[in-house]
Design a protein around this ligand. Structure first.
Ligand code: HGY
Ligand code: MN
Ligand code: MN
Length: 426
């Protein structure tokens, strides 16, 4: 770590305001607030647009430049002293799960914004510009696939295909984005998507219990595990529930539940590392007295080892074929993101920053996916984790403390300033 005390990285960290950061979280949490104390802010919804407008208003009042790109990623830029230098990025997402919490995603955006405000308060220049990004549709609930904005920015998904993605009501991303930009207009960010950036650090709540269980304040994230998503469609035949003998039925529901039960058994590993989830399961026509003719369910599979994930995919096809009976079935790959190791220099920088700030810290992988898994394809990337209560997330009870949020923002400030001030890359 550069010298202690007055060094620019620690100077910036010292100006982080715990109160202001917490207050901004509470203002954001009011947008899409749910009765049980959580947040439901679906991607490119009216709530998402209002959150964007709120952030843009805060940014403009501090003299930062606000812009957006073709997939709706929102950028807040604080200029650097070296006009031609490539920016350092930070950020996360503002959209949430339907039963989301007040910290997942938004913490990374607000911690990044707090770093810009701390630098502004200190009148401290950085060589490179620093940009805070709110990536579009990270959660992938309303529109699939998730991490859409960062993936398009990194060239992982084609823009046109993503703009054509539809929600359950048939609204496309392109249509929802146009409405979002009508409510929260922003000029187009200059330069090509994924234009050269020199580094990316994302702050996020851990969304797991390890930091709390081990009594550490900071997670130095080393990698993000791989993930695969599949849509399974099982087609049978509608029939009368009172008159149709079992032998004559093509019951899509019974076939689907047999498939899910078989896959649950097939993905049990002794180390409890492989993550198999069916979070969406739709039965049609959904009438109590009609044998279901169509079931659609989504499989979410995660593991740090891509080879093991790919081998597990074979089991999905086997289980679907074995249990379809007289129904037909189709498995469609929705998304696949390989395990993403972060850049050792950035991992070291996050660890050194935590140490220099006297914060307990531990190296750890991320079980959850983040926008950083795509940005890591563009530049040296890392993440900073802070604890959340009992590791609970994707749940309205999600909770974090003002002190932990501020501690993570201090580490973020130190790391971003070090990246922004380092000798200019060739
Ligand atoms: O699915 C994920 O891991 C992320 O939290 N959206
Ligand atoms: Mn998140
Ligand atoms: Mn999430």
């Amino acid at each position: 770590m550069a010298g202690a005390g007055g060094s620019p990285d620690l100077a910036a960290a010292s100006r982080i305001s715990e109160t202001r950061l917490w207050q901004r979280h509470m203002e954001m949490a009011a947008i899409g607030a749910t009765a049980k104390g959580g947040v439901n802010r679906q991607a490119l919804s009216e709530e998402d647009a209002r959150a964007r407008a709120l952030l843009a208003g805060w940014a403009t009042s501090r003299g930062f430049a606000v812009s957006t790109d073709a997939i709706g990623n929102l950028f807040v830029r604080r200029e650097g002293s070296d006009k031609g230098a490539r920016p350092i990025l930070t950020g996360s997402h503002m959209d949430t799960q339907p039963t989301g919490g007040r910290f997942d995603g938004i913490y990374g955006v607000l911690a990044g914004f707090e770093v810009l405000e701390a630098l502004e308060d200190a009148g401290q220049p950085t060589r490179r510009p620093i940009e805070v990004v709110a990536w579009t549709n990270e959660e992938g609930n309303r529109f699939t696939p998730g991490a859409m904005g960062s993936a398009v920015f990194a060239g992982y998904y084609p823009l046109e295909t993503m703009l054509a993605a539809k929600d359950a009501a048939g609204v496309t991303v392109g249509q929802a984005l146009a409405e979002t930009l009508r409510i929260a207009p922003a000029p187009l960010r200059p330069g090509a998507p994924g234009a050269a950036i020199d580094g990316y650090v994302e702050a996020h709540i851990e969304q797991g219990p390890r930091l709390e269980d081990t009594g550490h304040t900071i997670g130095v994230v080393t990698m993000i595990q791989g993930q695969r998503r599949f849509l399974v469609d099982v087609h049978g035949e509608e029939a009368h529930s009172g008159t149709t003998p079992r032998a004559a039925r093509k019951d899509a529901l019974l076939a689907a539940v047999d498939m899910v039960a078989a896959l649950s058994r097939a993905t049990m590993d002794d180390e409890d590392t492989l993550r198999f989830t069916v979070g969406r399961f739709e039965v049609r026509p959904g009438s109590p007295s009609t044998v279901p003719s169509h079931v659609q369910f989504m499989i979410d599979l995660r593991h740090p080892d891509d080879k093991l994930l790919d081998a597990t995919v074979m089991r999905i096809h086997e289980a679907v074929e074995r249990h379809r009976g007289r129904c037909t079935a189709k498995v469609t790959k929705v998304s696949a993101v390989p395990a993403t190791p972060f850049a050792p220099p950035v991992i070291d920088l996050v660890r050194e920053s935590a140490a220099a700030l006297g914060l307990s810290h531990m190296d750890m992988p991320s079980g959850a996916g983040h926008d950083a898994m795509h940005i890591a394809r563009l530049c040296p990337t890392g993440m900073v984790f802070v604890p959340c209560l009992r590791g609970v997330s994707h749940n309205e009870a999600e909770s974090a403390t003002p002190a932990d949020l501020a501690a993570g923002a201090r580490v973020l400030a130190a790391a971003l300033v070090r990246l922004a001030d380092q000798e200019r890359s060739k």
